[in-house]
Design a protein around this ligand. Structure first.
Ligand code: HAM
Length: 418
């Protein structure tokens, strides 16, 4: 009987070798600056109680109304695959009382996120983010550092063709003052029922509407930045001046609307120039009320999520991926089955000495094995025979130019370390 093949689900992005090497490299570069700044790993479930996102991310967002993978589990509970990371981190912080210790709580995370969007280049239904959250302190210096950490991640990738956009969504007082005028403005527009309802939940959302007629109507709408309270305005001025001191270049985008409802105060996005419609490579901001909304103390936090898939596309577009670093230092070939044990020990020893080493498996001819070595891209090849086993020395063939170099098996640094 012949079985049909099964394909991956629609819109899912997966990474196989050799591309997965680039993916792994990109992810490391993006998160290293956060680790160096004292952020510690948080591993969280990929599914949560649906109420967490309804309440945390917000009922007016596309994410909650259209894009969540929600299902009933076997116990009849409503479960949702996480569309983003911040709500889950906050849930875990509150549940485990981390906010009762040293503040800010500084954590990083990395993993899959799920949004049932229409798939296209750079937009997937399962995608990857690395992110950080710094929870419990409201200090503009922290805002600037969080933004600088994200920026350093993109710089680590060698990216140049991107810009950082920042804005302030203000505190409760600023938003309340703006809301009054914005609602008045929106009441004078000819909007369909669904859009009006959205405006009732979060009028800022209408700025994010992609329809040209709505965009045109909103062109003269009152802008939140003009309503910032003294506190918010001073806070934002400080963030900007710290960023300038850090040498992080930014542009102000007064009309930025993020896709999630919890943002307040400093809010930002990184936009890449080579990615077409899906140009957002990362974004984040401050959230003053999220913790309280989720049943915790009234403490503020700030964080970001960087899109690993899109950062990889950006690195490909700017041609910044390293070529050589995914190849082994050493490829070891055993001359016949009796030499396999020595080849295995030599490989293990090479790895203990700090080098990557691969063994040629299967019983192929020396010619076939050399082809394998060539294909692997390893820097050096060693062939293990009787005399190598007896003497403990090998001849390493440098693949780039064919040079042969004799070395003791335990002293690889002399050759490979150079
Ligand atoms: P976000 O802007 O929704 O923010 O997502 C962050 C990044 O994830 C985006 O800039 C983008 O690069 C990537 N991304 C989002 N959706 C997709 C998709 N369908 N396919 C590929 N990449 C995607 C958040 O998720 C917030 N939790 C960030 C944050 C953390 N704010 C504060 N703390």
């Amino acid at each position: 009987m012949k079985f049909e093949k099964i394909a991956a689900p629609k819109g899912v992005r997966e990474y196989l070798p050799p591309e997965s090497n680039s993916f792994e490299w990109v992810r490391e570069q993006l998160i290293n600056p956060a680790k160096a700044a004292g952020y510690q790993l948080m591993e969280l479930p990929v599914f949560e109680d649906t109420a967490l996102f309804n309440r945390g991310v917000g009922e007016s967002t596309d994410v909650v109304t259209k894009e969540m993978y929600t299902f009933e589990d076997r116990g009849g509970r409503s479960i949702t695959l996480r569309p983003e990371g911040t709500a889950g981190v906050m849930r875990a912080v509150i549940e485990n009382n981390l906010d009762r210790g040293q503040l800010p709580v500084k954590v990083w995370y990395s993993g899959q996120f799920f949004r049932a969007e229409r798939p296209q280049a750079g937009r997937y239904r399962q995608f990857y983010q690395v992110g950080i959250e710094a929870i419990g302190v409201d200090d503009p210096a922290l805002d600037a550092e969080v933004i600088a950490i994200a920026d350093q991640g993109f710089k680590n990738l060698g990216l140049k063709n991107y810009r950082l956009e920042i804005t302030s969504l203000g505190d409760a007082q600023s938003r309340a003052a703006h809301r009054v005028d914005l609602m008045k403005f929106i009441a004078g527009l000819d909007l369909d029922e669904a859009t009006s309802q959205r405006a009732q939940i979060n009028p800022l959302r209408i700025f994010d509407d992609k329809r040209p007629e709505i965009r045109q109507m909103m062109a003269s709408a009152p802008i939140l930045m003009d309503y910032l309270s003294e506190y918010s305005s001073a806070h934002f001025e400080k963030v900007k001046s710290y960023l300038a001191d850090l040498g992080v270049r930014y542009e102000i985008n007064q009309r930025m609307v993020r896709g999630l409802d919890y943002y307040t105060g400093t809010t930002f996005e990184f936009v890449h120039g080579d990615l077409g419609a899906q140009s957002g490579i990362g974004g984040g901001g401050r959230y003053d009320v999220l913790m309280e909304t989720l049943g915790g103390q009234p403490l503020s936090g700030i964080g970001f999520g960087l899109g690993v898939d899109r950062a990889l596309l950006a690195a490909i577009a700017e041609n910044t991926l390293p070529v050589s670093q995914f190849q082994s230092d050493l490829y070891i070939i055993a001359l016949g089955e009796e030499m396999k044990s020595t080849a295995l020990s030599f490989a293990a020893s090479a790895r203990r000495q700090g080098f990557s080493a691969e063994v040629d498996f299967g019983d192929r001819s020396l010619k076939g094995a050399m082809k394998g070595a060539d294909k692997s891209g390893a820097r050096f090849v060693a062939v293990i025979g009787e005399s190598e086993r007896e003497s403990g020395s090998v001849e390493l063939k440098r693949m780039s130019d064919g040079t042969l170099i004799s070395v003791k098996m335990g002293e690889l640094k002399k050759v490979l370390g150079a």
